[in-house]
Each structure stands twice: as structure tokens, then as C-alpha cells.
Design a protein around this ligand. Structure first.
Ligand SMILES: [Zn+2]
Length: 406
């Protein structure tokens, strides 16, 4: 009988496996030699780790490439049909579910309207569960082939021993939503804030692609940031990292909806901008009215309106200080500016924003920095939620790892 492998050996194998899969997922198919160069692992280790993954069908040889003077080399890639992922966008007025191949090609979408007003957690679990059944029906993929579900939540998601969510607009306080969903649908589920999901989608498939240290700055009604260091989302002790909007930029400044004063969000979030434009009773306006007003601001500026120009330049100034703080703290190689406000005003403020960051960030922190606009909008939440599942797998979360390489 063969003696069991020492724990250290098993851990090392897992780490090597995550490294190989991470490069194949992010950068696409490549030869074992290229994998060895990227991961720093020996060719022998690559072959040892990839072999069992090929046996279970998770990795496949996708073609051959010429090598200088030697035999042609085979190319290894993820088998897109090995398993499937579901990403869910928990919207305010609808729930949207999308089914993806393992390489994140989208196979189908189900979108369901929700009742207007307060929604109970139980109603939402039912909507997700019946949406999943429909998604399986329309795509012809059975639920047993699904490896996991990621859900982007419009509220605060705490990972502190247990996972609980709070969504003020529905009066949900520390609801054990994860347990309820998993009990109902019998799949491993990962819950995170929709902004984090969007940041991951942008990092994996949008404007962050190819970089390792990225900050995705999301400017909307609120302001937040997804900080990605060495390819992984930074979460902090209880998943609350990235509350960039509530960093202080003015001492004893304007009141913020978080209860504090002088937060970046109070100046450069949608309501902060409208407030500086002189709009009254902003909190009573709907999201659509806010979108219309910010669109108008951009149009006015394009037509040479001095006041609009001033408001946008001031916005660039506040955001420039905020981005410079992020750059000094995290030393990213790329900052992606997104969120619905970021998408609307990005082009108008980009030159000023870059100039303020250049003034306020330390030179060594910005020697390799680029600041770019995002590629995705709100519609990327489902993709990002599916990325969350892959990310959990790659970080060796046992709940997902078991199912993916069982
Ligand atoms: Zn605040």
C-alpha cells in the first residue's frame, strides 16, 4: 500500500495547480514551456500537475505550435465545456441570471422583473431558484454540470465567519441570504457586492486585462474601488475593503450619507456633483433624473458653458486627489475609471484627472501608472459574479475546489 502524501506536498500541489489554472484562465491557451516561464515552475512540475487535470477533462490540448529546431509543442487550454458557471445580478427591479462556459463565454440569459417596493429575502430566493431552472432549460445545460453560482448584491456583504447581507432599500439587515439560496438550489454560491463583481469583470475581461495590480474606481451614486493586487481582489478582514468613497478629502466638510463629513463621495459622487451644480433636494430625485442631469452637464460643457466646465474641472480635482491617494497606497500599474458617472464624464475629465494625479501622487508610485476608461457598464455584473466563482476556486476555497476537481 502506498503511504499517504505528506500534508506539505498536497498543499504545494494545490498551489501549483492554482498557479497553472490562473494563467490558463486569464491569458488563454499556451504551451507547457510558456506556462513554465510564466509560473516559474519547472517543466517537469507543469507536466505532473497538468496530467491529472487532463485526465479528468478539465485541461485539453487545443493545438500545436512550432518550436525552434525541435518537435512542435502542444498547446494546453481550459476545456470550456468541463463545467459551467452562473452569474446573478440582483437588481433593484429585476433579477438577471447568465450561464457561462468555464472560459466565460456566455451561453444564455434569463431576466425577470420583480415586484415594486420592498422585496423579502424569501421572494428573492424563489426568483433566483426559478430563474435558474429556466436558464438550464433554455441553454440545455443540466444543473449537475454547473460548478457554482456567483451573486452580485446591491448592498453590503459581510464575510465574518458567516456571510450576511444588508440592503437598506429593502430593509434587509444582516440577512443570512447565502444559506437560504444554497439550501434551495443545491449549488455552491458566492456572494459579493455588485461593485466588486464589476471590478473583477473589468480586470479579467475589460480595461484591466493583462495587468496584475489594478484599481477599478467606480464612480456612481456612491463611490467605491475594487483593488486587485497580484491578480486577486483585496477584501480586508470582513470584506469591507475598497470603501474609497468614504475617505476624507475635506476636514469638517460636507455631510455624507455614511454619517460622516468631508468624504470623497459627498463631492464627486452623482449627488455631490449635482450639489455643486446647485441642484436642490437631490435625494428626492430618481436615478434616471440624476443620469439625465449629468448627461446635460456633459453636453453643456461640450457647447462651451463656463459653469459646466468649472463643475467638471472641480470634479476632476476631487477625483484626482482621491485617485492619487489610491496610487500612493497601492502602487497600481493601471487605474480603470468606471461606474455610471465615470462612464458619462470620463472623457470630459480624463485630461484634468491625469494632471491632478500627476501632481498629487509620489513619482515612484506612478512610474508605471496608466489611467484608462472602463469597457463595461452595469451589464457586467453577471460576468463579474461568474468571475467571483472562478476567483474563489483559484484561491482554493474548498467549497468550490471540491466541486470543480472532484
Ligand atoms: Zn461617507
Amino acid at each position: 500500500m502506498t503511504p499517504p502524501l505528506p500534508k506539505r506536498t498536497i498543499e504545494l500541489r494545490q498551489t501549483n495547480r492554482q498557479a497553472i489554472l490562473r494563467f490558463l484562465m486569464l491569458d488563454g491557451p499556451m504551451s507547457r514551456l510558456e506556462l513554465s516561464q510564466k509560473t516559474g515552475l519547472s517543466l517537469g512540475t507543469i507536466t505532473n500537475v497538468a496530467g491529472p487535470l487532463q485526465e479528468i477533462g478539465m485541461l485539453v490540448e487545443t493545438g500545436m505550435e512550432e518550436s525552434e529546431g525541435g518537435r512542435p509543442r502542444s498547446i494546453l487550454g481550459i476545456n470550456p465545456q468541463y463545467g459551467f458557471l452562473v452569474g446573478v445580478d440582483m437588481g433593484e427591479h429585476h433579477v438577471e441570471l447568465e450561464l457561462f462556459e468555464l472560459t466565460l463565454k456566455k451561453l444564455g440569459t434569463v431576466r425577470r422583473p420583480l415586484n415594486v417596493g420592498l422585496i423579502s429575502a424569501n421572494d428573492y430566493v424563489s426568483a433566483i431558484s426559478s430563474g435558474l431552472e429556466e436558464l438550464c432549460r433554455v441553454t440545455g445545460i443540466s444543473q449537475e454540470k454547473i460548478l457554482g453560482m456567483g451573486i452580485g448584491v446591491p448592498g453590503i456583504v459581510e464575510h465574518d465567519g458567516q456571510v450576511s447581507i444588508s440592503i437598506p432599500m429593502w430593509n434587509w439587515k444582516s440577512v443570512q441570504f447565502l444559506r437560504d439560496v444554497e439550501d434551495r438550489i443545491n449549488l455552491p454560491v458566492y456572494l459579493d457586492n455588485g461593485a466588486k463583481a464589476m471590478a473583477l469583470a473589468e480586470f479579467w475581461y475589460g480595461a484591466g486585462r493583462g495587468a496584475q495590480d489594478v484599481v477599478v474606481a467606480l464612480i456612481g451614486t456612491g463611490i467605491g474601488a475594487g483593488v486587485i493586487t497580484k491578480g486577486s481582489l483585496y477584501r480586508g478582514a470582513t470584506n469591507s475593503a475598497g470603501e474609497w468613497g468614504h475617505t476624507k478629502i475635506v476636514m469638517d466638510g460636507k455631510p455624507c450619507r455614511c454619517g460622516s463629513h468631508g468624504c470623497l463621495e459627498a463631492y464627486a459622487g452623482a449627488t455631490g456633483i449635482l450639489n455643486r451644480m446647485g441642484v436642490e433636494n437631490i435625494n428626492l430625485t430618481s436615478d434616471q433624473v440624476q443620469i439625465d442631469m449629468i448627461e446635460q452637464l456633459v453636453r453643456d460643457e461640450q457647447q462651451g458653458d463656463e459653469h459646466a466646465r468649472y463643475v467638471l474641472r472641480e470634479t476632476a480635482h476631487y477625483l484626482g486627489a482621491g485617485v492619487a491617494n489610491l496610487v500612493n497606497l497601492f502602487n497600481p500599474e493601471r487605474v480603470v475609471v468606471g461606474g455610471w458617472v465615470g462612464m458619462l464624464i470620463g472623457e470630459s475629465i480624463m485630461a484634468d484627472l491625469k494632471e491632478y494625479v500627476r501632481q498629487y501622487a509620489l513619482p515612484p508610485s506612478q512610474s508605471r501608472l496608466e489611467i484608462v476608461s472602463c469597457q463595461f457598464g452595469q451589464d457586467a455584473i453577471c460576468t463579474g459574479a461568474a468571475c467571483l466563482v472562478i476567483e474563489q476556486y483559484l484561491s482554493a476555497n474548498p467549497k468550490f475546489a471540491r466541486r470543480l476537481t472532484a
